[in-house]
Design a protein around this ligand. Structure first.
Ligand code: ADP
Ligand code: MG
Length: 764
C-alpha cells in the first residue's frame, strides 16, 4: 500500500497520464516493449515508475522482483526526478535512488533507480542480462543522445536473451520489461526498424490537455545580441502583462548569468520582508491590486503582441538604471543550467515568494526534461549550443546554432501547460521558415564514437557495424574509431577487445584518458595522472577573467576574450570624472583583477609550460587544504567542478585498486608536488596521450626568422586539415615566448581555431 500525502495525491490526479494508468499497465503486462509518447509535463517521468511500483515491480515476493530502472540523458534530471518520486511515494532516498557519474544513493534497499544512460551502459558491460532489473524505462528517447541510441539497440538484444533464458531456467530468470518514453510522436526510428524489435511495439499516446499558445515572432532578427533582446522582452512582459511565470531559453551558462544579473538589477527582489522598505511593500500591494484587475481582463491580442509597443517604452528600457518601474513588482529570477548545484536547480519547482513573479532563465534542460510549474510566457532566443566534431580533423567546436523547428515548438509548448500562454520568439518567421531544420540530428552523427565503440566491444558486440543502431552511423566513422582503439591496444588486430581494453572500458572516462592511466604507472606518477585526467574529464574548473563578477562583458565567445583584454585596458585609461562610488567600485574591481592574476601565476607554479600541470597544481592544493569552498573562492575555481574532480579521483583510484591487483595506488589528500623526474615523466605521458594532437609553430616550418614575445597571433600547424591554430588567450602559455612544438587537449573553432589545454613538448 502506498502512502501519499493529500496535496501530492491531488496534484497527481491532474496529470493526464494518470487517466491512462490501467491501459499502460495492461499493455506493459502483455508486451515486452512499450512506447509511451506524451507532452512534457504529462507525468511520464514521475508517474510511470510509480505505476510499475504499485503493480508490484521491484517487490521481492512478486513475479517481477528486480529493480525498476529509469534512464535519463541528463544528470540534473536523474537527481531531481528521483527526489520527486521518493517524495511522492513517501519513500527514502535509498529506496528511490539515483546514480550518476559522480554520485549515488543506491543501496541494497533500492526499488526504483534513476540513472544517466551512461551508467546503465557501463552496467551492461558487466551484466549483459541486466539481471538485477525487472523493468527498464528509457526516458527522453526523442532526444536521441548517443547513449540512449546504444541502450535501445543493446536492450533489444537483452530482451531476447532474457525471454529465452526464462523459458529454460525454472523461474530464476524473468523476462525484462522495456518502456521507451518520448516527448514527441517522432518514434518511427524505433518502431519501424526491424533490426531492433521483431514485433512492432505498441505505442501509447497520452492525451494532454495542452492550452493554446500564441506565437509572436519578432519583426527583425537581432544579429547576435539576443540577450539584450531577451532582456527587453522580459521587461515588457513583466511590466505590461498579467501574472504568470516567464521561462526564457538561452543557449549557455554565461548568457544566463548575465541576463539574471540584469533582470535582478532592474526588478530588485529582497529575500526577507524585513529588509523591504515600506515604500516597496506599498508598491507591491498596489501592484497586487492592479494584477487582480488585469487578471480579470483577458489579454487582447494587441496587448500581447509586445512588438507594437511605443518607442518611448523602448527608450526607457535602454536606460538601464536602478529604477523600479511604477507598476512592477519584484521579479523572482532563477537560473537553470546543468552546472548549477542540485539544490539551486530544485528551487524552480518551489512556488515563488508571495508578491513576486517567477522568471526562470534556462538552457535546453527546460525544454523537455524538467517541467517548471505555472509558466505562461516563454521567451525563446531560438538558439542552441551544440558540440560539433569534425571526424577528419578532430576539431571540436561549440556552435551556437538555430535550434530545430521541432524543438522551438517544444519550447513554445512550455507556456501552455496550465492555461493559454504566449511564446515570444526573438527571431522572424522568415528565419524560422527558411533557416530552421525540421528536426535535430541525432547525436551519434555528430560526435566522436571511440568511447561508445569501446563500450560496445566490452559488451562483446564484436561486429559493431551489425549493431541495431536506431539510425546507424557512417561505416567509415565506425571504422576510424576501431582503428584508433586498435592503435591504443584496446582492440586486437581482429577487432576483439583486449584485456587492456576491458580495463579501459571500466573507467568512466574517454579511452584516451584510460590509456594515459595505463602508461602512467612509471616513477610513481599514477596519482598525478589520475588527478590530471579527472580534471580533464570534468568541465574546466578555472573561472576566466572575463567571467569575474562585475566584469563589463560576459560573452562566452572565445574571440571576445581577446576583445575583452583590449576593452579592459581602454576602460582603465578613460577613467575620468566619475562619482566617488563609481571610482570605489572600479578600484575594487581592479583589486579583484590583480588578485586574480596573482593567483593565476601561483597556479602556473615553477614550471609554467603546461595548462595541464596548472590543473594538477590546483587539484593538489584544493585537496591539501581540505576541499573547502573558501579555497575555491580565493583561488578563482568553481566549487562544483572541483568537487566533481575530487569524486572522480576517488572513483578512478577505486577502480584501479579493484581491477589492477599489482598496482599500489591510493588517494593521498596530502599529495606532494611531483619531483623533477616525475614532472618529466608526467609530461611524457601527456605527450603520449595526445600524440595525434601535436602542433608545430608555422615559422619553424617556413624557416622564418621573425621572433615574438608572446604567442598572440602566432600560427601553428596541426597534423590534420589545413587549419591554422592559435594558442587560446586563457592558456598560461599565451604571454610566453612561443614554443616550437606543443600538444593540445582540444581544438575549438570560433572565427579562428584555438588550441586549449596546451603543453610544451621539450626538445631535448
Ligand atoms: P513528463 O516526464 O511527462 O515531462 P513529469 O513527470 O516530469 O512529466 O512532470 C509531471 C509534473 O510533476 C509536472 O507538472 C512537474 O512540474 C511536476 N514536478 C516534477 N518534479 C517536481 C518537483 N521536484 N517538485 C514539484 N513538482 C514537480
Ligand atoms: Mg520527463
Amino acid at each position: 500500500p502506498v502512502k501519499r500525502n493529500q496535496e501530492i495525491q491531488e496534484a497527481r490526479m491532474e496529470l493526464p497520464i494518470c487517466a491512462e494508468e490501467q491501459i499502460i499497465m495492461e499493455t506493459i503486462s502483455n508486451n515486452p516493449v512499450v512506447i509511451i509518447c506524451g507532452e512534457t509535463g504529462s507525468g511520464k517521468t514521475t508517474q510511470v515508475p510509480q505505476f510499475l511500483y504499485e503493480a508490484g515491480y521491484g517487490s521481492k515476493d512478486s513475479d517481477n522482483p528486480g529493480i525498476i530502472g529509469i534512464t535519463q540523458p541528463r544528470r540534473v534530471a536523474a537527481v531531481s526526478m528521483s527526489k520527486r518520486v521518493a517524495q511522492e511515494l513517501s519513500l527514502n532516498e535509498q529506496e528511490v535512488s539515483y546514480q550518476i557519474r559522480f554520485d549515488a544513493t543506491v543501496s541494497p534497499k533500492t526499488i526504483i533507480k534513476f540513472m544517466t544512460d551512461g551508467v546503465l551502459l557501463r552496467e551492461l558491460a558487466n551484466d549483459f542480462l541486466l539481471s538485477k532489473y525487472s523493468a527498464i524505462v528509457i526516458d527522453e528517447a526523442h532526444e536521441r543522445s548517443i547513449n540512449t541510441d546504444i541502450l535501445i539497440g543493446a536492450i533489444s538484444r537483452v530482451l531476447k536473451l532474457r525471454a529465452e533464458l526464462s523459458k529454460d531456467d525454472e523461474g530464476k530468470i524473468k523476462p525484462l520489461k522495456v518502456i521507451i518514453m518520448s516527448a514527441t510522436l517522432r518514434v518511427s526510428d524505433f518502431i519501424q526498424n526491424k533490426n531492433l524489435f521483431d514485433i512492432t511495439p505498441p505505442v501509447i499516446n497520452v492525451n494532454t490537455r495542452q492550452f493554446p499558445v500564441s506565437i509572436h515572432f519578432n519583426k527583425r532578427t537581432p544579429n547576435s545580441d539576443y540577450v539584450s533582446e531577451a532582456f527587453k522582452k522580459v521587461c515588457k512582459i513583466h511590466t505590461k502583462l498579467p501574472h504568470g511565470g516567464i521561462l526564457v531559453f538561452l543557449s549557455g551558462q554565461n548568457e544566463i548569468i548575465l541576463l539574471c544579473k540584469k533582470l535582478r538589477k532592474k526588478f530588485p527582489f529582497l529575500m526577507q520582508n524585513q529588509f523591504k522598505s515600506k515604500q516597496m511593500l506599498e508598491k507591491e500591494k498596489t501592484f497586487r491590486e492592479v494584477e487582480k484587475v488585469k487578471e480579470n481582463e483577458s489579454i487582447t491580442s494587441k496587448e500581447a503582441d509586445l512588438d507594437t509597443d511605443s518607442e518611448d517604452f523602448e527608450e526607457n528600457l535602454e536606460n538601464d538604471e536602478m529604477t523600479m518601474d511604477e507598476h512592477s513588482r519584484p521579479l523572482y529570477v532563477l537560473p537553470l543550467y546543468s552546472l548549477l548545484s542540485t539544490h539551486a536547480q530544485l528551487r524552480v519547482f518551489e512556488p515563488p515568494p508571495e508578491g513576486t513573479r517567477l522568471c526562470v532563465v534556462a538552457t535546453n534542460v527546460a525544454e523537455t526534461s524538467l517541467t517548471i510549474p505555472s509558466i505562461k510566457y516563454v521567451v525563446d532566443c531560438g538558439k542552441v549550443k551544440e558540440r560539433l566534431y569534425d571526424v577528419v580533423t578532430g576539431v571540436q567546436s561549440y556552435i551556437v546554432n538555430w535550434t530545430s523547428k521541432a524543438s522551438a515548438d517544444q519550447r513554445a509548448g512550455r507556456a501552455g501547460r496550465t492555461g493559454p500562454g504566449h511564446c515570444y520568439r526573438l527571431f522572424s518567421s522568415a528565419v524560422f521558415n527558411d533557416q530552421f531544420q525540421q528536426f535535430t540530428v541525432p547525436e551519434i552523427h555528430r560526435m566522436p564514437i571511440e568511447g561508445t565503440v569501446l563500450q560496445m566491444k566490452a559488451m562483446n558486440i564484436d561486429t559493431v557495424c551489425n549493431f541495431p543502431f536506431p539510425t546507424p552511423p557512417d561505416r567509415g566513422h565506425l571504422h576510424k574509431a576501431e582503428k584508433l582503439l586498435q592503435y591504443m591496444n584496446a582492440l586486437d588486430e581482429n577487432g576483439r577487445i583486449t584485456e587492456l581494453g576491458r580495463t579501459m572500458a571500466t573507467f568512466p572516462i574517454s579511452p584516451r584518458f584510460s590509456k594515459m592511466l595505463i602508461i602512467g604507472q612509471q616513477h610513481g606518477c599514477l596519482p598525478y595522472i589520475i588527478a590530471i585526467i579527472s580534471a580533464l574529464s570534468v568541465v574546466d574548473p578555472f573561472i576566466k577573467d572575463y567571467q569575474l563578477e562585475n566584469s563589463t562583458n560576459s560573452d562566452d565567445d572565445d574571440d571576445d576574450v581577446e576583445k575583452e583584454y583590449k576593452e579592459v585596458r581602454s576602460n582603465e585609461l578613460n577613467n575620468i570624472s566619475e562619482s566617488h562610488e563609481a571610482i570605489l567600485q572600479k578600484k575594487r574591481q581592479k583589486l579583484i583583477r590583480k588578485k586574480f592574476y596573482d593567483v593565476q601565476k601561483k597556479h602556473a607554479g615553477l614550471d609554467p609550460t603546461s595548462d595541464l600541470l596548472k590543473l594538477l597544481n590546483v587539484v593538489g592544493a584544493y585537496e591539501y587544504e581540505g576541499c573547502s569552498e573558501n579555497f575555491c573562492e580565493s583561488n578563482f575555481v568553481r566549487p562544483k567542478a572541483m568537487e566533481e574532480i575530487h569524486k572522480l579521483r576517488g572513483q578512478i583510484t577505486n577502480i584501479i585498486q579493484m581491477n589492477c591487483p599489482g598496482v599500489d595506488v591510493c588517494l593521498d589528500p596530502k599529495m606532494k608536488p611531483p619531483s623533477s623526474i616525475q614532472l618529466k615523466a608526467i609530461r611524457q605521458v601527456i605527450t603520449a596521450g595526445f600524440i595525434d594532437q601535436v602542433a608545430i609553430r608555422k615559422g619553424l616550418i617556413d624557416k622564418s626568422s621573425k621572433t615574438f614575445s608572446s604567442t598572440r597571433n602566432v600560427e601553428y600547424c596541426t597534423m590534420w586539415g589545413d587549419d591554422i591554430a592559435f594558442i587560446h588567450p586563457t592558456s598560461i602559455l599565451y604571454h610566453n615566448k612561443p614554443p616550437d612544438f606543443v600538444v593540445y587537449q582540444e581544438l575549438h573553432k570560433t572565427s579562428k581555431v584555438w588550441m586549449k589545454g596546451v603543453t610544451v613538448i621539450e626538445s631535448s
